[in-house]
Design a binder for this molecule. Structure first.
Ligand code: ADP
Length: 395
């Protein structure tokens, strides 16, 4: 009677999921949720599989509570929730595995040191991922922890898709295109093989459109290219991130406008994207229900950029057999999917508008040359599967 926890720890939130394990069976989702507003007034909310909220707690005066203290609360709740079962391991989403880590690993001191060294490559994410591991080590020193890397799925993509057009020595120093959202893409590749094995063995572009957004060109379930590169800033326009921009803009902001590197970082990661262009919100739902021309322009730009980047990946793949939409926007926003696909009719993409409006599994016309699907992603399950594989070898 065992259980496993998946954790995705960020600067102001920690997402988690708890799975129960019975011999020979796939992990069963038991409950999951989020600690939000860390550093302000934290809130822990937990739902069970049918969506019912089973735990909800606010720390109104909790601005000083650390990630570690909040994780202690979460683990106390989890131990009680699975009473009679032993939590055998915690799996973590780790944003960066660098050039070395191409597969999930059991955490030990040497791994933590190696992952610390990668913090400069993902300064807004990696330190928080690692802080959660250390906090759990202090709480439960003997509990197995597994690091699952967002870069790993892209590790074996062709060399040409990894290279930036910079002097060679910089590539050797790790300044190269890594790619992210790998746990989501890996889950989708796996799920697509169950749902449509023919398509899964072909050329598929998966559009992970959430607050963070990227595209991945997959052939036979493997990443060949992706829109995020050295950092999770590259590629598509996102909720608050700019996506690809002329690097000359960064120079201009600093040299001509006198902004500090930290100010530029804040601008590009936190103030740009849908939020920057609309001046209203980073949230697609909020913009969709806002009739102002600024909100509509932000949505138009998001769709235009997505279609444009998608065409770039078609070139990387040498053609296209299918598109999979996933994550918050990709799974739920029929209008946005329509806006993107309408720009791609020339390549054989034709939506079945009723199926699209219903967020159905297959949303293309039956006789369309390119199949278009909506598949909900589940990064937490992917983390749980990897974690089990490492601690018990039983996936
Ligand atoms: P994260 O990257 O934080 O995991 P999500 O995958 O949850 O993000 O996606 C968040 C985005 O999805 C937000 O822009 C939100 O407005 C959008 N979204 C979620 N549900 C819907 C919906 N029903 N219709 C339109 N957009 C939605």
């Amino acid at each position: 009677m065992k259980a496993v926890v998946s954790l995705n720890s960020g600067s102001s939130s920690i997402k988690f999921a708890l799975y129960t394990l019975d011999t020979g069976q796939p992990p069963v989702f038991s409950a999951g949720g989020k600690i939000e507003r860390i550093g302000l007034a934290p809130r822990l909310s937990i739902r069970q599989a049918d969506g019912t909220v089973i735990y909800d707690r606010d720390w109104v005066d909790g601005a000083a509570l650390t990630h570690g203290e909040l994780l202690a609360d979460l683990f106390a709740w989890a131990a009680e929730h699975v009473s009679g079962r032993e939590i055998v391991a915690v799996g973590h989403r780790i944003v960066h595995g660098g050039t070395t880590f191409a597969a999930p690993c059991l955490v030990d001191d040497a791994l933590l040191d190696a992952l610390d060294a990668l913090c400069p490559l993902a300064p807004l994410h990696q330190p928080h991922n690692l802080a959660a591991i250390r906090a759990i080590r202090r709480l439960q020193p003997t509990l197995a922890q597994v690091a699952c890397f967002d870069t790993a799925f892209h590790h074996d993509k062709p060399e040409i898709a990894s290279r930036l057009a910079l002097p060679r020595e910089m590539h050797e120093q790790g300044i190269r295109r890594y790619g992210f959202h790998g746990l989501s893409y890996e889950y989708i590749a796996r799920r697509l093989r169950e749902l449509d094995p023919d398509l899964a063995s072909g050329r598929v572009i998966t559009a992970h459109l959430g607050n963070g957004a990227s595209l991945c060109a997959m052939h036979d379930g493997h990443s060949l290219d992706t829109t995020m590169g050295f950092t999770a800033l590259d590629g598509l326009m996102m909720g608050t991130r700019c996506g690809s921009i002329d690097p000359g803009v960064v120079l201009h902001l600093q040299i001509q406008m006198g902004m500090s590197p930290q100010q530029v970082e804040h601008l590009l990661y936190q103030k740009s994207g849908l939020l920057g262009v609309s001046g209203i919100s980073s949230d697609m739902r909020a913009l969709a229900s806002n009739p102002s021309s600024q909100a509509q322009e932000a949505i138009d730009l998001f769709a235009w950029r997505a279609a444009r980047e998608l065409c770039g990946l078609v070139a990387s793949l040498g053609g296209i057999d299918g598109i999979v939409f996933t994550a918050g926007i990709g799974e739920n926003d029929a209008d946005l999917r329509r806006r993107i696909c309408e720009r791609l009719t020339w390549m054989g993409i034709e939506l079945d508008q009723d199926a699209n409006m219903a967020n159905a599994g297959i949303i293309s016309q039956p006789d369309a040359r390119v199949r278009v699907l909506v598949i909900p992603t589940d990064e937490e399950r992917m983390i749980a599967l990897h974690t089990l594989n490492i601690v018990e070898g039983n996936v």
